[in-house]
Design a protein around this ligand. Structure first.
Ligand code: NAP
Ligand code: GFB
Length: 318
């Protein structure tokens, strides 16, 4: 990027948006860049008129598009239709208005849960449309896949540089720690914190056997800033820790227990669904660009997240 650029971050107050703010505030800013973070309070992106007004006000040259209706396994199970419709509308509005305002580049977010459930491992970027996603997040997955379709249509029709990243499960400060509709690590941290405070059992849902590659939000943030500045493909790029860093929900729960300092009973409630068993993704493409890439150690990232949660318990989303 050369002259002054204005980067609009939609969903800027959420888990990933807050991490981008943190990374920028800790040494990543550039004088030729102005960053604007918005949330649904400033603009409801399901409304085209509001979206136009936001772009008229901000006049972005670049967009990092994070805004989405998202949730963990249990949130998705209940609301497939809502997750599809809300996200389809938000994504169509943001990309159409970005085109109309001549935005030079948009980086949107897919998710590794959108890949086909019946697939060879490790998953890579070429597999996105090769079959149905896991049923647990049917609506969300298809809405996300349409971002890739829209990106390619805008590029073919107008030459727009609209691209996307494909993160795996993200966690960190400013997460949604709500047990019903949040993701697993936010839920486990909240439950372990309360079990220690109230001297009760710590209940992990499901068998604990599913496998995940957990990605620290601040690592994702660093890499999304790199994608905005340096990645020029339209094709999506997976942002994930290494295949060998994949762990089970049980192993993750034990690391949360240690970080919280919980000493009581850990119970596995197998009446709750396990959801997708694995979605092991390859970060080979990312490493061809960044061969010396390093990620924060999972235990350290969990400790930082737990410390943040304890300090911000009152105002945290839970
Ligand atoms: P998040 O914490 O829930 O943040 C999402 C943001 O979107 C919120 O700040 C929310 O604003 C905003 N938003 C929702 N509906 C909106 C609307 N109608 N108009 C304007 N803003 C709206 O989610 P996140 O974890 O940061 O996710 C960011 C992106 O990463 C999403 O696209 C998600 O699909 C993707 N992703 C996340 C994960 C993960 O594990 N978290 C994994 C893979 C991909 P309010 O706070 O004002 O409601
Ligand atoms: O993060 P999560 O809810 O979603 O993880 P997914 C679900 C897994 O964690 C299941 C177990 O195996 C659950 O049984 N688990 C254990 C818990 N305790 C808990 C708990 O307290 N809360 C939750 N939520 N799970 C999501 C997709 O799939 O991945 C989203 O549904 C998104 O759309 C996200 O893409 C990244 O990893 O299964």
């Amino acid at each position: 990027m050369t002259s002054k650029n204005v980067i609009l971050v939609t969903g800027g107050e959420g888990l990933v948006g807050s991490a981008i703010k943190f990374v920028l505030d800790n040494g990543e800013t550039r004088t030729e860049e102005e960053w604007v973070f918005t949330s649904s309070k400033e603009c409801d992106l399901t409304k085209l008129t509001d979206t136009n007004k936001l772009f008229e006000k901000v006049k972005p040259t670049h967009v990092i598009h994070l805004a989405a209706k998202i949730g963990g396994l249990y949130g998705n199970l209940e609301n497939s239709l809502q997750y599809f419709r809300t996200n389809i509308i938000i994504n169509d509005n943001v990309l159409a208005v970005s085109h109309n305002f001549g935005v030079k580049k948009v980086v949107s977010c897919l998710s590794t849960c959108i890949f086909p459930d019946r697939v060879s491992y490790p998953i890579d970027e070429k597999m996105i449309h090769d079959g149905p996603p896991h049923d647990s997040n049917f609506g969300y997955s298809y809405a996300k896949r349409m971002i890739d379709v829209l990106n390619k249509c805008y590029n073919k029709t107008y030459g727009d540089i609209f691209t996307s990243v494909v993160p795996t499960n993200v966690f960190g400060p400013h997460d949604n720690f709500n047990v019903e509709n949040g993701h697993v690590l936010g839920g486990l941290i909240h439950k372990a914190f309360c079990a220690k405070r109230d001297n009760t059992d710590f209940v992990v849902w499901g068998t604990g056997s599913p496998l995940r590659q957990f990605l620290y939000s601040r690592d994702l943030a660093r890499l999304m800033i790199w994608v905005l500045r340096s990645y020029e493909e339209i094709e999506p790029i997976i942002i994930s820790v290494n295949v060998e860093d994949e762990i089970s929900i049980k192993e993750a729960a034990e690391i949360v227990v240690k970080a919280i300092g919980f000493k009581g009973n850990v119970i596995y409630d197998t009446n709750k669904l396990d959801g997708q068993f694995r979605k092991t993704a390859s970060n080979r493409k990312l490493k061809t660009y960044l061969p010396n890439l390093k990620f924060t150690q999972f235990e350290d990232a969990i400790k930082e997240t737990v410390d943040w949660y304890m300090k911000h318990f009152e105002e945290a989303r839970k």
